[in-house]
Design a protein around this ligand. Structure first.
Ligand code: FAD
Length: 372
C-alpha cells in the first residue's frame, strides 16, 4: 500500500493495481507489535530506518489519517556489565550515524518503567540500558488503512481476495500475472509479500536467500495505564508495551524452525511469558486475551532486499524479518522509486540481492532487536 501510495504521490503513476490475496492489513502488518525505532548499527541501516521514522513523524498529516504515532521511547535493558558495555557501543554507533540515543542508569530505568522488578535479587537484574526517545509505537491497522485510503484517493486500484498464482514471461522478462481473478498484464511488477516472498519467487522462477518463520505475539486484557514506554530485554527475549486500549502487548523471539503455519509453538510462547514475568512480576495476574503469529521472511544479515530480481521487470521488496513495520514508509518510498524509474533509490543501493554474491552483507542481527 505504501509503495502504491508513493508511486502515485511522488511519481504521478496511477495505472497501478495492488493485488492482495486476503484483505488489506491481514498479513504481518496487522499482526505486529507496532514498535517503531531506528536504533541500528551500520550507517546504511541508520540512514534507511531513520528516514522511515522521519516519514512516520509526518505521516498523520501527510495522509490526513491519524496513525496514532506515540514516541514514548524504547528502552533496551542491560542485565550485566557486559550488556552495559555492548550497549554503550550500540548507542555510540547510533550517535555516530546521527541518530540520538542515551545511556540510562538503573534509577532512570526505574523512573521510566516503575512496574519493572528492580530488586537486586531479580533473576535478570537491571543495571541500566539505553533509550531511543524517538522510538515508540504506531497503530498498525491505521498505517495500512491510511496508506490504502491515500493510494485509492490518488487513483490506485486495490483488488482484495486476489491471489497471485503464477507469472507470465516473455523470454527473460515478466509481462503479467495469473491470479485467482484472472490474468493481468503489466509492464513492470513489484512483489511485497513479506512471509511469502520466497513462494512468489519460486513461482517466478528464481530463488531468494530467505527463510520463513512464525513470529508470535500476545496481548493481555486491557488495564489502566501501567507502562508508558516500550521495554526490550534482549537477554530474556521479551519486549513489552501497553496499547492505547490498555492491553499489555508482549512479543519475543521466533520459532526456530521454518514454517508457514500462522500460529507458532506453545514452548516459544511459554518462554516469552516467562521472560516477561521475570521483568514484570505483577503482570502474572493479567489474563491473556489473544495470541497469534505471523510469518516473517528472514535473511542471513537481517537486512532487507529492495530492488531488481534476476527476472527483467520484476522487482522485490522483502527480507524485513521481524522489523518491517517501522520500515513501511521507507520501504514504500524506495520501492516506488525503483519501480518508477528503474534505478535504485540512494537509500536502497546497499540493500540489493547481489550482496549475497559479493559478500557485502549489512549484518544487523544484533540491531534487529530480538534474537533470530
Ligand atoms: C508477531 C509479529 C510482531 C512484529 N513486530 C514488529 C514490530 O514491533 N516492529 C516492526 O517494525 N516490525 C514488526 N514485525 C514485522 C512486520 O510486521 C513486517 O515486517 C511488516 O508488516 C511487513 O509488511 P509487508 O507490507 O511487507 O507485508 P505484509 O503486511 O505481511 O503484507 C504482505 C501481504 O502479501 C499478501 N500475499 C502473500 N502472498 C500473496 C499472493 N500470492 N498473492 C497476493 N497477495 C499475497 C499477504 O496476504 C499479505 O497481506 C512483526 C511481525 C510479527 C509477525
Amino acid at each position: 500500500m505504501a509503495t502504491a501510495y508513493y508511486l502515485a504521490k511522488n511519481h504521478g503513476i496511477t495505472n497501478v493495481a495492488v493485488l492482495e490475496q486476503g484483505w488489506i492489513g491481514g498479513g504481518n502488518t496487522g499482526r505486529n507489535t507496532t514498535v517503531v525505532r531506528s536504533n541500528y548499527l551500520y550507517p546504511e541501516s541508520a540512514r534507511l530506518y531513520d528516514f522511515s521514522l522521519k516519514l512516520y513523524e509526518g505521516l498523520s498529516m501527510a495522509l490526513n489519517f491519524n496513525i496514532m504515532l506515540s514516541q514514548r521511547g524504547l528502552v533496551t535493558l542491560a542485565h550485566s556489565r557486559h550488556d552495559l558495555e555492548a550497549m554503550s557501543r550500540w548507542a555510540n554507533a547510533m550517535r555516530m550515524n546521527g541518530v540520538a540515543a542515551d545511556l540510562v542508569t538503573r534509577e532512570e530505568v526505574q523512573a521510566l518503567a516503575p512496574a519493572l522488578d528492580m530488586s537486586r535479587r531479580a533473576r535478570f537484574p537491571i543495571l541500566g540500558g539505553f533509550i531511543q526517545a524517538r522510538g515508540g509505537t504506531a497503530r498498525h491497522d491505521a498505517v495500512a488503512w491510511g496508506y490504502a485510503r491515500g493510494a485509492s484517493a490518488l487513483g490506485i486500484d486495490i483488488v482484495q481476495n486476489c491471489e497471485v498464482q503464477g507469472f507470465l514471461k516473455q523470454g527473460d522478462r515478466v509481462i503479467g500475472v495469473d491470479t485467482s481473478q484472472g490474468r493481468i498484464l503489466a509492464d513492470r511488477i513489484g512483489v511485497a509479500a513479506a512471509g511469502h516472498s520466497s513462494v512468489l519467487a519460486k513461482l517466478a522462477g528464481f530463488r531468494l536467500p530467505v527463510k520463513s518463520y512464525a513470529l508470535q505475539a500476545m496481548v493481555s486484557e486491557p488495564v489502566k495505564p501501567a507502562l508508558d514506554t516500550v521495554v526490550l530485554s534482549p537477554a530474556t527475549g521479551a519486549y513489552v508495551s501497553q496499547s492505547d486500549k490498555g492491553e499489555i502487548v508482549i512479543g519475543g523471539g521466533l520459532d526456530l524452525f521454518a514454517s508457514y503455519a500462522q500460529r507458532g509453538s506453545f514452548s516459544v510462547m511459554q518462554g516469552i511469558i516467562a521472560g516477561t514475568l521475570e521483568l514484570f512480576p505483577s503482570f502474572s495476574r493479567l489474563p491473556l486475551l489473544r495470541q497469534w503469529a505471523g510469518i516473517v521472511d528472514v535473511v542471513q544479515d537481517s537486512s532487507p532486499i529492495i530492488g531488481a530480481t534476476p527476472i527483467r521487470e520484476l522487482y522485490i521488496n522483502c527480507g524485513w524479518g521481524t522489523g518491517g513495520f517501522k520500515a513501511i514508509p521507507v520501504g514504500g518510498w524506495t520501492f516506488a522509486h525503483v519501480l518508477a524509474t528503474g534505478r535504485n533509490h540512494e537509500l536502497a543501493k546497499p540493500f540489493q540481492l547481489d550482496r549475497f554474491y559479493s559478500g557485502r552483507l549489512i549484518d544487523e542481527v544484533a540491531g534487529a532487536g530480538i534474537a533470530h
